[in-house]
Design a protein around this ligand. Structure first.
Ligand code: ATP
Ligand code: MG
Length: 419
């Protein structure tokens, strides 16, 4: 038997209705914040991610699906989408169009991680990028947008963590200080972090190895190294969040997994998720466009919500079946009634009613099916009903039956459900 590949999943009904619900709520939220959708390819040249995400990151060093195409080009399934969005921004000269570019995407990403609850090899991200301004007002609005999506989707009890990772100048001084602080103790770190302590000490901070925790807590804080501009920026972001009444915790060790971040970084956690508790990650990336070859600066900030994890947090409290209800189940008795039922179904569907026509020859079986499908109404169609043009519409919840003429079916169903 052929099965889905490890770390990939089939999203089946009724769960798929929750996914669709999340996506329509999300699209509506993006709409009112004036974000527009961008769809980039699922695969790109490997160099884009190596440069855009950073060679020392977990993503690039061990999680990418990469292969050589027949012409020798190295290709990678996208592990994230910010690099692709910036590539598209540069390639299509979006900087020449007036105003801030506010783009969103929803789609699958691929990372070869160890599959576990909330961690898959193909997973979905809902992301936003605001490109073209370095104003802290944009940072606050982008964070508000991420929180607003979660809130509208019904997520309660999430926690926002924020930090500033500075600009290249202040980060260089911090990196030097970290390297120095790590030098005498690095032998006690896990092998991965021993390497990072030399090559990219900042990465040591977001280590997931609990054994390294004791050393990490002794390291200096980035806030001691932020220059005036970065400090002012961060203070303003906090002010603007305060003004919105947004709760947050400042976490000086929150550096996030991607090398391209500058200034503001943030993460949204949710307790119900267990070990994989991050539902959203984001940050500012002022130098990214230039590192991808842009001649004009394109400061930006964005986030990415893990849709799989978002669905996990709300799925239990949502009645998935109720998101995609069946209005009417028609049970025709005999071949002539079958034709009549098909035409009646077409007519009702044009009026927006969700209709299912039974394929069971036996009435008893058909009614059992109507029950199992949770149809709101059922209608039995025999020769008498057809001849009289009057139908017995049954409310499946109350068992109450009503005789209605053909033209009265829709209003009878609406009238009863409104009552
Ligand atoms: P984590 O610390 O959980 O590995 P990350 O820092 O690698 O997350 P980002 O690259 O910032 O994650 O991606 C943004 C969001 O995408 C995460 O907060 C998470 O919700 C989701 N995500 C990341 N990797 C996976 C995965 N393998 N499976 C499911 N969701 C994921
Ligand atoms: Mg990760």
């Amino acid at each position: 038997m052929i099965k889905a590949i490890r770390g990939t999943r089939d999203i089946l009904p009724p769960s798929s209705a929750v996914w669709n619900h999340v996506e329509s709520v999300t699209r509506e939220t993006f709409r009112v914040f004036n974000y527009h959708e961008i769809r980039t390819p699922i695969f790109e040249e490997t160099t884009l991610f190596a440069r855009g995400v950073g060679a020392e990151t977990d993503i690039v060093s061990k999680e990418m699906y990469t292969w050589d195409d027949r012409d020798g080009t190295s290709i990678t399934l996208r592990p994230e989408n910010t690099a692709s969005v910036i590539r598209a921004y540069i390639e299509h000269r979006l900087d020449q169009i007036t105003g801030l570019k506010k783009l969103f995407y929803i789609g699958p990403m691929f990372r070869r991680e160890r599959p576990q609850k909330g961690r898959y090899r193909q997973f979905f991200q809902i992301g936003a990028e605001a490109i073209g301004s370095d104003s802290p007002a944009i940072d606050a609005e982008v964070i508000e947008l991420a929180l607003e999506i979660l809130e509208r989707c019904g997520v309660t009890g999430s926690r926002l963590l924020i930090n500033s990772v500075g600009d290249p100048e202040s980060r260089q001084r911090y990196t030097d200080a970290l390297r120095e602080a790590l030098e005498p103790v690095k032998d006690q770190l896990s092998p991965d972090n021993q390497r990072r302590a030399v090559t990219n000490p900042l990465r040591v901070l977001d280590s997931k190895d609990p054994g390294d925790e004791a050393i990490i807590t002794t390291l200096p804080s980035i806030h001691e190294f932020l220059n005036e501009e970065c400090r002012t920026h961060f203070a303003r972001v906090r002010e603007l969040l305060d003004a919105r009444g947004v709760d947050y915790e400042v976490r000086p060790r929150l550096v996030r997994g991607l090398d391209y971040y500058t200034k503001t970084t943030f993460e949204i956690l949710h307790g119900a998720l267990g070990a994989q508790n991050a539902v959203c990650g984001g940050g500012r990336y002022d130098g990214l466009a230039e590192s991808l070859g842009s001649r004009v600066p394109a400061p930006g900030i964005g986030f990415s919500i893990g849709e799989d994890r978002l669905v996990m947090t709300i799925e239990e409290s949502l009645n998935a079946a109720a998101l995609a209800p069946l209005d009417l189940f028609i049970a025709p008795l005999g071949a002539d009634a079958g034709v009549h039922a098909a035409l009646l179904a077409s007519e009702l569907r044009r009026a927006g009613v969700v209709v299912e026509v039974s394929t069971d020859a036996k009435l008893k079986r058909a009614l059992e099916t109507a029950n199992k499908l949770n149809a709101r109404y059922s209608l039995i169609l025999g020769d008498n009903e057809i001849a009289a043009g009057v139908y017995a519409l049954k409310n499946m919840a109350t068992g109450e039956q009503k005789n209605v003429a053909r033209g009265g079916i829709v209003s009878a169903m609406r009238g009863e459900s409104d009552a």
